[in-house]
Every structure is written in structure tokens, then in C-alpha cells.
Design a protein around this ligand. Structure first.
Ligand SMILES: [Zn+2]
Length: 179
């Protein structure tokens, strides 16, 4: 279910006047109130029980057969688009509203996760123990036999640092998903 707005349709409401308003509703019952001006649109809508007001600039481009069309500028990437989609609590172009951001985050998450595992491995934690949760809590492995204390502490520090980075990324990715 895509909640989208179309700049061509919205600019039609404007006609020759300075300002127009419209209500766009979607089949799921959600609706957006729109105030349309030549240079911008202002959208008022509810997202997760909270009222939101969003200003989006319009860019006018000449049509091949005369006249001109209005386009949105995606607030995320700045690209020019006819359609924006309400996703994660804001209007974005198709690319930005897709899973782009979480996927990028997932890539970073994998890197951070590998760092944690690398330190656990350096501390002689067997792979089967990494899967049982020992890598996600504050658990610090015991010093492996024969390892110097300085090496042990260095890996413990790096392990904690890698975990902090990983947690921070998870929180950020979760927030991005929630909008
Ligand atoms: Zn975009």
C-alpha cells in the first residue's frame, strides 16, 4: 500500500490562483491536507498519532508541448520527482522511501558485527558460543590461557568499543525504520 502524492495532480488544483487547498485521501483512510502555492506545497497529516506539517518546494519545468509541469524536490536526496511517497513518517521519492536507508544501515551493521566477532575470536571464543548470545550482552570472555594480560585487556577494550558501535548503529537503524 503506497501513500503517494503527485505533483502534476496537485498543481492542477492551483489553476491560475495564487493558492489552493486540497485533501488527498488513500484507500486505507489516511488523508493529507495540502496547501498549494506556486513555489511550494505544505502538507498536514497525522503520523503515529502525531500531527505533522511538512513544506516541500515545487520546481516548474517546461513541457515539450507547451506550458510547464510542477515537480517535487525529494527532501531526502534533492532529486526532482513527480511522485513522493509517505514512508517512515515523511514524504520521499521512490528510491529514498524504499529500503535504501535500512539497507545501508544493514551494511554498516554487518561491518560493526564482524568487528565484534573478530575480537571475540581473538579472545578464543568458539563460534558456537558467539551464537548463543555471548556476543550481544556485556559478557567479557575469560583470558585465554597463554595470552599476555596486556593483549587480553587490549582485545577487551576493542570488544567493548565494537559493541558500543554496533549498538549505536542498531538504535539508529531502528529509529530510521520508525520514522
Ligand atoms: Zn529521494
Amino acid at each position: 500500500m503506497h501513500r503517494s502524492i503527485d505533483s502534476f495532480a496537485l498543481s492542477c488544483f492551483l489553476g491560475n490562483s495564487q493558492q489552493a487547498d486540497a485533501v488527498i485521501s488513500w484507500p486505507d483512510g489516511a488523508a493529507v491536507r495540502v496547501l498549494i502555492e506556486r513555489e511550494r506545497v505544505v502538507l498536514g497529516y497525522e503520523y503515529r498519532g502525531k500531527s505533522r506539517l511538512e513544506k516541500l518546494p515545487l520546481e516548474w519545468r517546461p513541457r515539450g508541448y507547451g506550458g510547464e509541469n510542477a515537480y517535487f524536490m525529494c527532501p531526502c536526496c534533492g532529486g526532482r520527482y513527480r511522485k513522493l511517497y509517505l514512508c517512515g513518517g515523511r514524504f520521499q521519492c521512490r528510491k529514498c522511501s524504499g529500503l535504501n536507508y535500512p539497507t545501508q544501515q544493514a551494511g554498516k551493521l554487518d561491518v560493526a558485527r564482524r568487528k565484534v566477532r573478530r575480537e571475540l575470536k581473538a579472545l578464543a571464543v568458539p563460534p558456537e558460543r558467539m551464537e548463543d548470545g555471548s556476543d550481544v550482552d556485556g559478557w567479557i570472555p575469560e583470558k585465554p590461557r597463554g595470552m599476555h594480560y596486556s593483549t587480553y585487556y587490549r582485545h577487551c577494550r576493542k570488544l567493548q568499543q565494537a559493541r558500543r558501535e554496533w549498538y549505536a548503529l542498531i538504535i539508529r537503524a531502528a529509529r530510521a525504520l520508525l520514522g
